[in-house]
Design a protein around this ligand. Structure first.
Ligand SMILES: Nc1ncnc2c1ncn2[C@@H]1O[C@H](COP(=O)(O)OP(=O)(O)O)[C@@H](O)[C@H]1O
Ligand SMILES: [Mg+2]
Length: 582
């Protein structure tokens, strides 16, 4: 809360001050019954002066109240937006700052983030809520003071209002439970809706006739997403209804009692009129208090989630304390020592006890069937995950001791899940080395190294062509073409220590992959490790070293010829798969 207030004052101190005008207005509003009472008493006594004074006070305070509220509300809304933007920007910044990927694959993290996003207005409106609470408080105190000057019996109603606050705790519990229950179905709904609108899934959903099933599931998911909220709202309305009935029943009894006393002359008409006026105020005070407390706890929950996100980002940053810079060029190479890895919620290891030497200057082929753990190993080498066991040594230095950003700036390559940057072709490839993003010569060279010139040559405006159909005039590419641009992007950096090509040619046929891999292998450089990853056993003969991965374990390592002579798994599959195109 203090943070919210501090942020508000920081983004605009003057506006924060103007917000308090509304509070002043509320106090004036609470005084109205008092003026009406004085007016009524004057009328009974036929005291014109008293009547005029009371009327002037009433009109004056109402006018001032209206003006103050207008200024205050305006300031509050503007302030709310400013503070909201500040927090949204911070959430985005925090999420992007986390250097590893674990969190994006962790369901409970995604749930929390989803709630934060669903409630971004609540966080932005935290200030709004705070000011509302202050206003309610000011109004309440003023109404209470006016009430006790009128008649002590009104205190019974005040006690009822206080009891109402106690029941508000149930409402908050229901709301919190509903928010949490809705997070996962909310993500499912979004995913399903994305499926129906994304062009990538369009062909499959239509050919396989998924549309009506998708619609059915979206309906179900929306119900699952909204039902907890609807249910908690229903319960809250019932509770509020019961409270109001109780309040008004008590109010009727009290007024009857006071009216009887007024007839008997023990209660003044002025007090009676004030009491009637105050009644309405009291009712609105108790319900606005309940909603203010409700919103405040909601804001509190969101602030807690925000702090959780910040702590999480800090925690991840604290784990990566390594500050050593990678060497200019590799002397020995990369050594993998007893490396194991298991994904967050997974029941089994994706990599088990892997030890390997990737010598500097060599081209290493990593082969294995789908799901063998190849991409997982690549991600560990990029420091995108922390190993569950073992370590990676770069020229003898543990990857954990290296500065992650520094290390990544010395990596390059193409990942299996490559990005489709919908920019101009020039920039989509140039993004592989931001320093020379707009240098066409460098991009052309990278395209040449990746044997992807023909992709760009076929574009209507060459390198200047805008890619992606989300842009007017944008040109879409086939999956294979996007992938070849991704490989070219991987060729942009001039002297990476580690070059990884993770199934860069999966969309191409085996013969093309074979010749491309030969080409990449020829590009071997001293001081660098090149890692070619594929599920095809028949395309990597040109590598210096072949590593066969199977179910997360290394089952064979050696030069191509040696592995062939061994007549093991690799030799078998090499024969089998190679027959197709030799
Ligand atoms: N994000 C993830 N969460 C849980 N398990 C995963 C995740 N990514 C991959 N796996 C599992 O890890 C194993 C290895 O996957 P991967 O490294 O992608 O294989 P490959 O690249 O060799 O095809 C597979 O069993 C896969 O199901
Ligand atoms: Mg893979």
């Amino acid at each position: 809360m203090a943070r919210v207030l501090a942020t508000a004052v920081r983004v605009s101190p003057w506006q924060s001050l103007l917000c308090l005008f509304e509070t002043l207005g509320k106090v004036l509003a609470a005084l109205s019954p008092l003026f009406i009472g004085v007016f009524a008493a004057g009328a009974l006594k036929q005291d014109l002066r008293q009547m005029l004074c009371a009327a002037a006070a009433l009109v004056g305070s109402t006018a001032a109240n209206t003006a103050l509220q207008a200024v205050g509300v305006n300031a509050r809304v503007r302030q709310m937006e400013l503070v909201g933007h500040t927090f949204d920007a911070q959430i985005a910044e925090l999420t992007a700052r986390i250097p590893t990927l674990d969190h994006l694959e962790n369901a409970s993290y995604l749930d929390k983030l989803q709630i934060l996003r669903d409630n971004e207005n609540a966080l932005g409106g935290a200030l709004n809520t705070l000011i509302n609470t202050i206003n309610t408080l000011a109004y309440a105190v003023s109404v209470l003071l006016v009430a006790v000057t009128a008649d002590w019996r009104l205190l019974i109603l005040i006690a009822l209002g206080a009891a109402r606050l106690l029941t508000a705790r149930w409402s908050m519990r229901w709301e919190k439970a509903a928010e949490e229950a809705a997070a996962a179905p909310g993500r499912l709904t979004r995913h399903l809706i994305d499926l129906t609108v994304s062009p990538a899934a369009g062909a499959e959903t239509r050919v396989f006739g998924h549309q009506s099933e998708l619609r059915r599931r979206i309906r179900l998911a929306v119900v699952g997403w909204r039902r907890p909220t609807v249910r908690s709202t229903d319960r809250n309305s019932a509770l509020a209804g019961a409270n109001s009935v109780l309040f008004f029943a008590t109010a009727v009894v009290l007024l009857g009692w006071m009216t009887r006393d007024a007839m008997a002359g023990t209660v003044s008409v002025q007090s009676l009129v004030v009491a009637v006026g105050v009644l309405q105020g009291l009712q609105s005070v108790s319900s606005s208090f309940v909603s203010a407390v409700g919103s405040l706890t909601k804001v509190g929950r969101n602030c807690a989630r925000f702090l959780w996100l910040r702590d999480y980002a800090d925690e991840v940053a604290a784990v990566h304390t390594g500050r050593r810079q990678p060497p200019d060029r590799l002397r020995d190479g990369i050594r993998i020592e007893r490396l194991s890895f298991r994904y967050g919620d997974s029941a089994r290891d994706s990599l088990t006890d892997i030890s390997l030497d990737l010598p500097a200057g060599s081209v290493v082929a990593l082969v294995g069937e789908n799901g063998a753990g190849k991409s997982t190993l690549v991600k560990l080498l990029a420091g995108l995950y922390r190993p569950t066991g073992g370590r990676v040594l770069v020229d003898g230095v543990d990857l954990a001791d290296l500065d992650l950003i520094g290390w990544r700036s010395r990596m390059s390559g193409a990942f299996q899940d490559h990005a489709r940057f919908e920019l101009t072709a020039q920039r989509s490839v140039g993004a592989g080395d931001l320093a020379v993003l707009d240098d066409p010569e460098r991009v052309l060279r990278a395209l040449h190294d990746a044997a992807a010139e023909d992709v760009v040559n076929a574009l209507p405006a060459g390198l200047g062509t805008r890619l992606g159909t989300t842009w007017p005039g944008g040109v879409d590419l086939s999956g294979g073409q996007w992938q070849r641009l991704a490989i070219a992007r991987g060729m942009m950096r001039q002297s990476p220590l580690l070059m990884v090509l993770d199934e860069p040619t999966a969309a191409l046929d085996a013969a093309t992959e074979h010749s491309l891999f030969e080409r990449y292998a020829e590009a071997r450089r001293p001081g660098r490790v090149t890692l070619l990853v594929t599920h095809r056993f028949s395309t990597v003969a040109a590598a210096d070293l072949v590593v066969v991965l199977d179910q997360g374990r290394v089952i064979e390592v050696g030069p191509h010829a040696e592995l062939l002579a061994n007549q093991g798994h690799y030799a078998n599959l090499y024969e089998l798969q190679g027959r197709g195109y030799r």
